[in-house]
Design a protein around this ligand. Sequence first.
Ligand SMILES: *Cc1c(COP(=O)(O)O)cnc(C)c1O
Length: 355
Amino acid sequence: MRPILARISLGALAHNLRVARDHAGAARVFAVVKANAYGHGLSRARRALASADGFAVLTLEEAANLRLMGVQQPILLLEGLFGADEIATCAELDLRPVLHHAAQLDWLQRLPPARPIHVFLKFDSGMHRLGFPLAEHADIVARARNLPRVASVTLMTHFAQADEAAGVAWQLQPFLREMADYDLPWSSANSAALLRYPDTQGAWVRPGLMLYGASPFAEVSAEHLGLRPAMTLQSEIISVQTLQAGEGVGYGQLYRAKRAMRVGVVACGYADGYPQNAPTGTPIRVSGRLTRTLGRVSMDMLCVDLSEHPDTGVGSPVVLWGEGIPVDTVAAAARTSSYELLCALAARVTVQETD
Ligand SMILES: *Cc1c(COP(=O)(O)O)cnc(C)c1O
């Protein structure tokens, strides 16, 4: 069998949820499990994160799956309703849609659900992606509160730069100033805001990335934040080549040996979810020791420098990211994010659950 494997640690997921809770104060925690729990598996994440106060997903299908799995907690639909036809299921499954556009209010007006639903009203405080303009809050809140079957309204916004130096104050302050008119619960924090800005707590926080053991900050490691990697992508060396000075390796011969050297071929490529644009020098672990990738990543293989590791060979274990090599480090080397790497884990990779 091809030796590539993604090990997912349920203990790490549970641990990271405890870290999130430690930062959440009195706020309740929605564990964000969209995109197949950032590549970790929805059902697995549901079990490991069972003590979350709620779960946040993107689609009705994901929410329905969570209910089938026995989830009793509140479920937030992060982009709300995609059409009026979703209202009935939303009510039936007791889901909480995020309403961010007037069309969604129109649908609810026209087709009141059979049962009252709890809604989140999303305001755009500067990200300019989803949400009602902050300036229209009086009309929008009044409309939402007057909808025939709305059980409760929670106010919500989302930050564009919680992970950067610009921070959240430029969005949070106007949001809270305008929302002070209402005595309503609110929600604003993603992982970065939760970890860095306690004043973003509100009634509900919405951590995603941190639950999976990655850091939202370029300059702070996940380990420093007390997080444990939930996914370890591992494989093995399946071939060893000896290059002479001047010989190249892989497509495009992008790396050329400066002197005679040993090169290991790893059973992992971009069709497994490893980033193709990871350049020569991307850190990787072989037999527990750090080395570097060489040349262009192929669909099913990539090459590593074994010059300093003469005791390695066919069958030597390789860690591409996870334990001992943060996914954040690999993402930075490949000029992408740990979000993208985790979500892109390919379906063909066997997953093994560990404690
Ligand atoms: C995905 C998402 C989150 C979680 O963000 P992280 O950066 O992964 O913590 C929170 N809120 C909303 C609205 C989202 O779409």
